[in-house]
Design a protein around this ligand. Structure first.
Ligand SMILES: Nc1ncnc2c1ncn2[C@@H]1O[C@H](COP(=O)(O)OP(=O)(O)OP(=O)(O)O)[C@@H](O)[C@H]1O
Ligand SMILES: [Mg+2]
Length: 304
């Protein structure tokens, strides 16, 4: 379990994170979605202990990253956004070198390296120089390294960026497998639809602040087709009529949004009109997932 607890971070004048809190429970894949430069990578770097927060703390399976960094880092795997390596090394040799940090002997590390590099699809590239690795191969290598300790928690920072469809499918399936195994996975992305199929919940961040946390079901529901109706008045009767045709939600004194409509707009309209209810405007609305994301961003901007 990963707990981000009231974390703030500034870079000179830039407020990168402002009191950010959320958690990723075991057996859960959580999306971390925000536009470029909103603080996703900063959060993740603080969570793995490579960047100190100004305020707050992160707990990895209960271990404080500030007070017990060594132990906390043993329980978390990190696939960075832009993996940087000593490019002159060959893959397996570098894996063995990194595995030394975890206290593995050279023999153990070589054996584990062969197994993990094969598992991530790099079985044929054990002796290739990292300088010759493509972007996708570097991400796969970073993944193998993050798995050295078999950690129960993972942070994937924008791993799907720049991957081919096969690579995308590979990382998605892996996240789902990790969830099945009871691990906690945080999956950052700037595209909501990219994480849709794998996440249980999504934490939205904008300008260093959390602007919403929604389950994927909730997001799909809010992005599903609906009918927006502008009426002369809204009372119990109107609500009851609309409830026969879908799931009404009152937006304000005159506006209702009817989600999951079960009849054609005309049928609903004619019933309202025949009961003497004034209908001023009717609009079918259908948000894409990205429109849902942008509407959250817009609300946050307006509330600033
Ligand atoms: N080392 C640094 N020094 C100064 N400013 C930084 C540093 N790292 C990040 N920032 C700033 O902090 C803010 C958040 O950056 P961060 O990298 O966390 O965003 P992000 O959400 O990961 O973006 P992207 O989607 O582009 O990866 C940005 O304004 C960025 O310019
Ligand atoms: Mg980033």
């Amino acid at each position: 379990m990963i707990v981000i607890d009231s974390v703030s971070k500034r870079f000179r004048k830039t407020v990168a994170l402002d009191n950010v809190s959320f958690e990723v429970r075991n057996s859960e894949v959580v999306g971390y979605v925000g536009l470029n430069g909103t603080g996703k990578t900063t959060t993740i770097r603080i969570a793995v202990g490579v960047l100190p927060p100004d305020k707050g703390d992160v707990y990895i399976d209960g271990y404080s990253v500030l007070r017990d960094k060594k132990r906390a880092s043993m329980f978390i795997g990190w696939v960075p956004e832009l993996p940087i390596y000593e490019m002159d090394f060959r893959a397996l040799d570098y894996f063995v070198y990194l595995a030394g940090y975890y206290g593995l002997s050279v023999g153990e590390a070589r054996e584990l390296g062969r197994k993990l590099l094969d598992e991530v699809g790099l079985g044929d590239a054990l002796n290739k120089k990292l300088a010759e690795f493509s972007q996708g191969m570097k991400k796969r290598f970073a993944l193998a390294v993050s798995m050295i300790n078999n950690p129960p928690n993972f942070l994937f920072d924008e791993v799907l960026n720049g991957l081919d469809p096969q690579g995308i499918a590979f990382f998605r399936e892996l996240a789902v497998k990790f969830r099945r195994e009871g691990r906690a996975v945080l999956f950052s992305s700037h595209i909501l639809s990219e994480v849709e199929g794998i996440c249980d919940r999504v934490v939205f961040i904008h300008r260093g602040r959390i602007i919403g946390v929604y389950t994927m079901d909730e997001i799909r529901y809010r992005a599903s087709p609906a009918i927006e109706i502008d009426l002369s008045k809204i009372d119990r009767d109107v609500f009851n009529i609309l409830s026969k045709y879908g799931e009404p939600e009152v937006l304000n004194n005159n506006k209702v949004i009817l989600r999951k409509p079960r009849s054609d707009t005309e049928v609903i309209l004619s019933e309202l009109v025949s009961r003497g209810i004034g209908v001023r405007e009717v609009k079918r609305v259908e948000k894409s997932l990205e429109e849902f994301f942008f509407s959250l961003v817009k609300e946050a901007e307006e509330g600033r």
